[in-house]
Write a protein that binds this ligand. Structure first.
Ligand code: MN
Length: 237
């Protein structure tokens, strides 16, 4: 299978997994950088992620222009994807979601910090992008490249950024990497929210977050988590 076919297959799986894991609902999206052309990315037309099939995947320029306009409606928040690919050459996948468990961290000043071991991957810092700082009162959607670039400038080199009053943007070096990070953010958020009912949260230290991983997540090309998530979502890994 060509790189492009493999990427599309993984992108469809990523859509289904994010829906199945409750990271996205009717809204939210995941894209992948084009494997043969770093100046383009792949993204479904404006379908709900749980319904996305291979033939729904379209190609876009980094500025959000569809390479072939097939008349289908397209996601309005494409600039989140294009601006992050533009600013971060190493990023190969971007997710935008409004995951319910993550929203409390996007509407308060309580920072999102790793508290459970599998959330080490989200890193020490999850910055919060405030759209109001530069754009005043808006409908909070990221609809222009100026807004997308402003978000990317706050994300900087971090794995994810919260978007105040809205949701978050998550990056990955691969599609499974981005999907796992989005899932870890949800698990971490839920654990913190529930933990707060019992007492003070004991967050991971920077040393714990950055400690070398003892067990390998991916062995001999087999990714245990991806295999599990695909089967749970009802698709072939
Ligand atoms: Mn949104």
């Amino acid at each position: 299978m060509s790189d492009l076919a493999t990427t599309i297959r993984q992108l469809v799986a990523g859509n289904r997994i994010l829906a199945n894991e409750g990271i996205v609902d009717a809204m939210g999206h995941i894209s992948a950088r084009h494997p043969d052309n770093p100046k383009r990315y792949l993204l479904s037309w404006a379908r709900s992620p749980g319904l996305v099939e291979a033939e729904d995947i379209m190609e876009f320029e980094l500025d959000g222009t569809p390479v072939k306009d097939n008349g289908k409606p397209i996601y309005i928040e494409r600039p989140i994807h294009g601006a992050i690919y533009e600013a971060r050459p190493e990023v190969m996948s971007v997710i935008h979601n409004h995951c319910y468990e993550i929203l409390p961290f996007a509407i308060t000043r309580t920072p999102m910090r790793p508290a459970v071991h599998n959330a080490r991957r989200i890193g020490e810092n999850v910055p919060v992008w405030e759209i109001r700082d530069k754009f005043g009162d808006t409908d909070l959607l990221v609809t222009t490249m100026d807004q997308g670039r402003d978000l990317a400038s706050v994300l900087r080199a971090n794995k994810a950024a919260l978007m105040r009053g809205h949701g978050c943007a998550v990056t990955g070096l691969t599609i499974p990497d981005a999907v796992q990070t989005a899932i870890s953010m949800k698990i971490n958020a839920r654990a913190i929210l529930q933990g707060m009912q019992l007492g003070e949260i004991c967050y991971l230290t920077p040393g714990e977050i950055n400690a070398k991983q003892a067990g390998a997540a991916s062995l001999k090309g087999f990714d245990r988590s991806w295999d599990y998530l695909c089967r749970k979502a009802g698709i072939a890994p």
